[in-house]
Each structure stands twice: as C-alpha cells, then as structure tokens.
Design a protein around this ligand. Sequence first.
Ligand SMILES: [Ca+2]
Ligand SMILES: [Ca+2]
Length: 244
Amino acid sequence: MPPPAASQPVGSGQWRGEYYNNRNLLGAPALVRGDDRVDFNWGFGSPADGVIGADNFSARWTNTVNFPSGLYRFRITVDDGARVFVNDQLVIDAWRVQGTTTLDSGEIALGGSAPLRVEYFEDTGEARVALTWLPTGGAPQPTSTPPPPGEIWTAEYFNNPDLSGASALVRGEGGAIDYNWGTGSPAPGIINSDNFSARWNRAVNFSAGTYRFLRPGGRRRAPLRKRQADHRPMATTRSHRVRR
Ligand SMILES: [Ca+2]
Ligand SMILES: [Ca+2]
C-alpha cells in the first residue's frame, strides 16, 4: 500500500506537481504540491526530503498557459528522462536513462490558452529538469491573426476599369463599403470620375456557419460556404469590383 498522498495547495498560475516514489508515475502520487516553475536541480537530493526518495522517483507537472499568437519552440533539460506535451500532443520525447540532456521541440503554432504537461523520472545519481519555451520569431499563422483594430479596410483605387497595373491611391477606410459618388470621383484630383476601379481588403472574424454576402441595392448574391469548423478567426480577403 502506498502511503497517503501528502497534499499542499496549488496556487492560481502554479504548476500542479504530482510526485511518485516509483519511476513510472504509477498509483496515487505520494505528494501533490504547487510549483512556480518546472525548473529544478536536485543534485543527489530529493524533491521533498522524507516524502520522496532521492532515486527512482517520477513526477508530472500540469498547467494551462496563455500564449500570444505565434510559433514557439519548447526545450527540456533533463537528468534522467522526460516527455513534454502541448495541447495533449507529445512534442518532446526524452524518456530514457541518461545524464543531463537538452532537447528541443519542433515549431508549434499556438494562440490562446494551451494545456502543458511534463512527465519526468529519475533513475539514480543526479536529478534535474527544466522546461522553457521561446517564440521562434516565425510569422504567426494567418488563421490566428485577429483583425486590425478599428476594422479598417485597405482600399486600392485604379485609374482603369480592370484593377490592372499599380494602384493610383491606397488608403485605409473604416466602416462599411457603402459609397455613392454620384457623377464625382472617390478622390478628386487623384482618381478619375469615370473608368476607375477599386479593391477593398480586410480580415474578418467569422463564427462557424454559412454566410451570404449581399450587395446593398443589388440583385446579385454571392454565397460563401465557410470551410473551417473551429472557432479560430479566419483570415479572408474579398475582392469587390466596382465599375461606374
Ligand atoms: Ca538521484
Ligand atoms: Ca539521474
């Protein structure tokens, strides 16, 4: 029979640390406590004198961490073995008897909160484990990018009816695409009153579903079936062509 688990409070934001007096996370933990970081160098000692042995023990740490959208790389430095899970996916497998070893994950796209889990075991001799992560500086996934503040359209105007060549004017425009220029120009002195064209682009957040795009006052309707089933923002660009 394992001894009753010792339990200490796990604070908000802390890692929940479960410690076992065996190498395989078996049975009930002998100790549960909050740890501020997964960053320990116990040397020849124990994580908890009198409760956990100095050899042949294991531990599991779990936490939920909020990540700004982007690409990340996780790194474990460990003696002896460890596994790292992000979103319940194994991203580093270093589960073996070994002296101090450092291993990196591949690039992982994250945005918002993600469950993290580290599993660790000590064979004999010295014991240490440290988890870190860093943004890789890679471009965030387009599907995780929120729309720009103020929901600004990028408007490009062309002095031809075909959106061809370089635009004659590019400007940000807030609000709806809802203009009545009459016999005038969208930008007198820059854009003609006739034979011009324009394109508006903007990222829009859509909840999952099917949408119909309507032209106010027009009879044409263009259905768009949203292909994504999750709730992440969808980056989309829609071209709206105007001839007058
Ligand atoms: Ca040891
Ligand atoms: Ca060791």
